[in-house]
Ligand binder design. Sequence first.
Ligand code: SF4
Length: 283
Amino acid sequence: MSSALELLEKAYGRIRLPKEESLLERFIYFVLVDGTSPAKATKAIEDLHETFVDWNEVRVTKPYEVRESLSAIADGREQGKAEVIVSALQKIYTDKSKLSFDFLEKLEPAARRKYLSALKGVPPWIRAILLLLVEKEKSDQPDALRVARRIPIVDKRLTPAKAREKLAALFPDDELHNVMAVLVQHGTQICHSRPKCVECFLKATCKEGIANTTSAERSEPPVDSLLATTAKNRPVMSVPWERPKEFVLPKVSPPPAAKRRDGRPSPPPLPKGPRGRPGRFYD
Ligand code: SF4
């Protein structure tokens, strides 16, 4: 493995891919593992299974109650993660009437991307990994490919399709998910189209970083401190969270006015007296 990839893993951590579970379960695991250890995320998902009958019960539960089952994460983001999970389950159920991500495979690539982007609070790397799991090596990951070309892991001159093929050939399936996860995180945080090479912990390792910086810039700030800062700030929920609308009360229309026996319209209601009680004597 290239030293650049090792540094990327040090900064962003490794993703353990749960093998047997459905895509929905993997998604929930990814939300839980974001910025914390796989062991803690695994414990949290086990606690969810113990507390709730199924994901549908989680869907209809308040996020603050779901949060209580996420204490194993202990990263201070239990509430945010509970909100992301409940909101995603609510959206999937509202749109598809069942709790499964199987429909993603049948969508066109653009529609698939759009759907995943509409899930509130989901970090870019989770969307990228879900796309990768659904689309396999055909997945178009511009953020990841940009970094892979710059470091470089793949030749800069390769077309996106060829670059994807090359990455898929370089790494076994499980490893590829991990590599893509760190590349996407780096591409969305530091190595943008206009890269922030001076602030990047790869500036002394990456081919393009070396070309973009002077030797003085490569020594200051030191790579180790940049690496430590990135690792410390790893928990990223870069998509602003919007609270789902809960308890939107339906509009209740007033009951029809009672008719008199002789067919004349009913008199207007009595004006309200103190404490909202009807009482003509108080007005
Ligand atoms: S040094 Fe620059 S080009 Fe290289 S990975 Fe970092 S930000 Fe990207």
